[in-house]
Design a binder for this molecule. Structure first.
Ligand SMILES: [Zn+2]
Length: 219
């Protein structure tokens, strides 16, 4: 049996779940957030929740944003992640309070950055996002929302209004004990570069994207 030895040499019980480590003010172009940092003891990931205003325990406007380096930082038009992140941050500021949990380890629906880039290379050759993951022997969606539920619980949240188009995200969060009082659509205007990807998300991953019906001229 192995035991964790603390930095001072004292034995400490093995921790699990998420631990709140730090709370720092984070002024952004959207508004002034608190960046609350967590350590996920199960996977070793560092996670952060951006909290705006005074949070209630119920019906908190919330986004669980899956990390996407290419979309969030580089402005990639392959996906709509960057626009969704910005829209979510704007929405909680407009609301006066809310939470954006930024989930690391979720690149490419959980296949990692290099896996995602390999899948994007295959999509450039004509495979769709689902076929590409499968062709690489990787899962179509390996994301887990247990960490997000742990962070929300730590913040005193019992129920959320979830900004998402993905019914599987809602189901997963509820399985982990956070009630989803309402789903708030987060619809981003498609562009020529992502319309095929968005249609695949709707048709093969059950995302609710009714606004794509209005787009016909790129098909
Ligand atoms: Zn993305």
């Amino acid at each position: 049996m192995t035991e964790n030895i603390g930095v001072l040499g004292t034995k400490s019980p093995r921790r699990s779940g998420v631990e709140r480590v730090v709370n720092a003010p984070l002024p952004t172009v959207y508004g002034k957030f608190q960046a609350i940092g967590y350590l996920d003891h199960d996977r070793g990931d560092e996670q952060v929740a951006l909290v705006y205003g005074d949070i209630d325990s119920d019906r908190v406007l919330t986004r669980l944003h899956s990390e996407c380096l290419t979309g969030d930082a580089f402005g990639s038009q392959h996906c709509e992640c960057g626009d969704q992140l910005a829209a979510a941050l704007r929405a909680v500021v407009a609301e006066g309070s809310g939470i954006v949990v930024y989930l690391r380890g979720h690149e490419g629906r959980g296949i990692g950055l290099l896996g995602k880039l390999r899948a994007m290379a295959l999509q450039a050759e004509g495979l769709d996002t689902v076929e590409a993951n499968l062709a690489l022997g990787l899962p179509v969606d390996a994301r887990d929302y247990g960490v997000a539920a742990g962070i929300l619980s730590d913040l005193g949240v019992r129920s959320v209004r979830l900004m998402s188009n993905n019914p599987r995200k809602r189901e997963s969060l509820e399985r982990h004990g956070i009630e989803v009082a309402e789903t708030v659509p987060l619809l981003i205007e498609p562009c020529e570069n992502n319309i095929t990807y968005l249609r695949t998300k709707r048709e093969r991953l059950d995302h609710v994207l009714p606004h794509l019906d209005a787009v016909a001229h790129w098909s």
